[in-house]
Design a binder for this molecule. Structure first.
Ligand code: TXE
Length: 505
């Protein structure tokens, strides 16, 4: 709340923001707030550097990325400590952030040159003309990132932006600023010039100033802020990608494997305490498998460890902000008041730390409840019984969001057909969230979950504008001012006849 209030005010020189460890409430450091003038200067430096950076070959740029990925792998345990200290997540979740960035980086290292290569296309008059499409970088990409995946999110977007020939100014969340700075310092260590990747700090005011100056905006955050960013970008007519909130549905069909599904749902809902845009936020289970599945879920729920301690065996750590903890509690209270039943968890755990909340399973929910309609962003798994798959699809689509979804079934072909009936950017079958972790495929949201995609060929080419160059080789052949000479008319008629039957050549 403090952030929202502050974002309406002006920034002043020497203003600082405290950063705390959510596991203890201890202040671990401060960040200086960049003023709009400082943001404009950072973008100007990046713009100047970009002309040089873009002159390197793609392979020269990917070489920096490769070196960075290697250094990152070496220094991973140090990075995980930095990340956990400001975010509160478990060792396992932090490790996965590093693996995801590494996978995406390696994918672009190996494929970017091919994706960015100038491409010959069929020309209007084949043989005498040649048409080539070039992929030119936009210039300075501004990345604005949130606190829930403070390492993965900025860097998975930064790598393709840099490889495509852009320079980057990153504004990490003011709640988790140090891991972003740590990663960027490592980039400088492997030789990426300081002006090519810069970090600026601050809250919404700094983010807004970045939108006012950059040539492209990559934003991940809430739908409300995404709307503001989209409007500001539209004012300047700059391109952007918005990756916003979600209310991801999961559908369990009667033929699903109960054991695999129970584990998949628990992982999909409780990873990082459910503080993930692609977290499973609601589950629709066909009547025929409901009781058996619930028994398996309850069985595994007993095994979920919740603790502030180190170790890959801890499943649930601290939440990051009080806002999400309070909203989780409010959604549960609203659901229970309307007839839902908590069958596991349901309580805050101040004995473990100020922001610990038990992983919670709640049943007898329906769409009159906030928990089935608004993004909870907490460790909650709401499960609803449905009579058939069409009811499940209808309810899955009964939302303003459209980010990600999952289906559990033994019949992969049927599940894949159903997947196409869900309005979301991706659907994972038999395991949630795998699309985002798969570097080769585009992911992203529609409706109020945003626009644009990350990852895959699409996630690289979006950082470029296509420039077409058509070269006419009929030098000296046509000196007539009349465009449609009898010869040209005849030629066009013949071409039209050919193109009626032969694909455009
Ligand atoms: O997000 P904000 P918050 C959802 C989730 C969460 C809620 C609020 O439900 O509870 O959003 O989180 C910067 N112009 N998600 O408040 O405000 C801000 O400084 C430009 C889902 O953290 O969207 C931060 O760096 N930038 C989401 C970033 O935007 C602005 C992940 C995100 O902050 C700005 C996070 C402005 N006017 C939260 N105002 C997901 N998709 O995973 C703020 N910022």
């Amino acid at each position: 709340m403090a952030v929202v209030e502050r974002s309406e005010q002006q920034t002043s020189a020497n203003e600082m923001i405290d950063v705390d460890d959510p596991r203890t409430d201890e202040i671990i450091g401060q960040i200086p707030v960049s003023t709009p003038e400082q943001v404009a200067e950072a973008v100007e430096r990046a713009r100047f550097a970009q002309t040089h950076w873009a002159k390197l070959t793609v392979n020269e740029r990917t070489r920096f990325v490769r070196r960075w990925l290697d250094l990152l792998w070496e220094r991973q345990s140090e990075g995980i400590k930095v990340l956990r200290r400001e975010n509160g997540k478990t060792d396992g979740s932090a490790f996965l952030e590093f693996v995801t960035v590494d996978n995406i980086g390696q994918y672009y290292v190996h494929n970017a040159a091919r994706f960015l290569k100038a491409e010959r296309r069929p020309s209007l008059f084949p043989g005498v003309q040649r048409a080539t499409v070039y992929h030119k970088p936009h210039g300075v990409v501004g990345i604005i990132s949130p606190w829930n995946y403070p390492f993965t999110l900025p860097f998975m977007d930064m790598l393709p932006a840099l490889i495509a020939g852009n320079t980057v100014v990153l504004k990490p969340s003011e709640i988790t600023p140090f891991i972003a700075e740590w990663g960027v310092n490592l980039m400088h260590e492997v030789g990426v010039p300081r002006e090519v990747v810069q970090v600026i700090h601050g809250d919404g005011r700094t983010g807004a100033a970045l939108v006012d100056n950059a040539d492209y905006i990559q934003f991940t955050g809430s739908t409300a802020t995404g709307r503001k960013v989209g409007k500001a970008a539209a004012d300047r007519l700059i391109p952007y990608t918005l990756e916003l909130g979600g209310k991801d549905p999961s559908i369990v069909l009667r033929d699903a494997d109960p054991e695999m599904t129970a584990v998949g749902l628990i992982q999909g809902a409780f990873e990082n305490n459910g503080q993930m845009c692609i977290s499973i936020e609601r589950v629709y289970v066909e009547d025929a498998i409901y009781d058996e599945l619930l028994e398996r879920i309850q069985h595994h729920a007993q095994e979920i460890s919740i603790s502030p301690r180190d170790g890959m065996d801890v499943i649930v750590g601290s939440m990051t902000n009080r806002t999400e903890l309070e909203r989780t509690q409010a959604h549960l209270d609203d659901a229970v008041a309307k007839g839902a039943k908590i069958i596991h968890g349901g309580n805050a755990r101040p004995d473990l730390g100020p922001l610990f909340f038990e992983p919670t399973i709640i049943v007898d929910v329906d769409h009159s409840m906030d928990i089935m309609r608004d993004e909870t962003f907490g460790p909650v798994l709401p499960i609803m019984k449905v009579s058939n798959e069409q009811e499940a699809i209808r309810l899955a689509n009964d939302t303003t969001y459209g980010l990600s979804a999952s289906i559990f079934s033994r019949n992969l072909n049927h599940a894949e057909e159903l997947a196409q009936q869900i309005d979301s950017g991706d659907v994972s079958i038999n395991r949630a969230q795998y699309a985002t972790a798969t570097p080769s495929v585009p992911t992203g949201g529609q409706r109020t979950s945003g626009s644009g995609r990350r990852n895959g060929k699409e996630g690289l080419l979006k950082y470029t504008a296509a420039q077409t160059v058509i070269a006419d080789n009929l030098i000296g052949a046509q000196n007539d001012l009349q465009i449609a000479t009898p010869f040209v008319v005849q030629l066009l008629k013949t071409l039209r006849l050919i193109r009626r039957y032969v694909p455009f050549i």
